[in-house]
Design a protein around this ligand. Sequence first.
Ligand code: CP
Length: 309
Amino acid sequence: MTATTARNRMLGHVITAEQFDRDLLDVLFRRATALDGVRDDRLAHRIMATLFYEPSTRTRLSFESAMLRLGGAVIGTEAARTFSSAIKGETLEDTVRMVSTYADLIVLRHDEAGAAARAASVASVPVVNAGDGPGEHPTQALLDLYTIERELGRVEGVRVAFCGDLRFGRTARSLALLLALYPGVRMTFVAPPVIQVGGDILARLEARGVECRLAEQLTDVLDDVDVVYQTRVQKERFTDPLEYEQARTAIRIDGAIMRQLPATAIVMHPLPRVDEIAPEVDADPRAAYFRQAANGVAIRMALLEMLLA
Ligand code: CP
């Protein structure tokens, strides 16, 4: 598939990982590799709006960096619940209708699952889901998959252990859906019951023939993994503080875990981390999470080019 065909096949909005197929991913990854380090003006005169109702470091700034590296301009509001007219009671739909007239593309982060789809239903420009509550985070999944391919040299047949907050974790959910496109991928979901992955995702994966396992201890599966995908337990999504405390320290990656991890395996994390990966792990070459986050710029450059060029 050529980049032009891929561009024509994009749906206009990026809402869920389920929009992508293997051909589209291959084109996107080739473009990301080609654009890595590029600074030019191919998106000159194009404007991207970032509307962030939830905090972010990586997603917002890497989107903004990607747009600026391609010569485009950026407008936006962080803390949009406070610093946009949402504070006066304006609905998301009305805000998006207005911002559609100011920008050529909207990157939206929101605290409610389904918010990106609602925004897309009223937007007159492409909407990119930059995380919708416990729903999905499709562009994070793109950079995660790209990282696996770059780090391991393959995706087919990889064994991935998803760890941590799999109940509210939108990044694991979106990545699992993308990995399901690749034959032979095996997924293990490692978490205590209170934050274990939902039956809805398991049903979708198993319907696609993916081999899924559940476990409570990372040490039980460490000898059978290529990727450990650790995630933060998301305090902000718990209504019961006791439940959060039970979940918080369940799975931690430290030097002892790294000594058991195969030499060829990698540790990923969408970041931010709190204490679920000990700082002593950072110097280990198998700790891929900062390289993973850095890949976000090239992936988002490729996506913006596909949506706007
Ligand atoms: N991975 C991720 O979404 O990070 P931010 O919350 O910093 O954007």
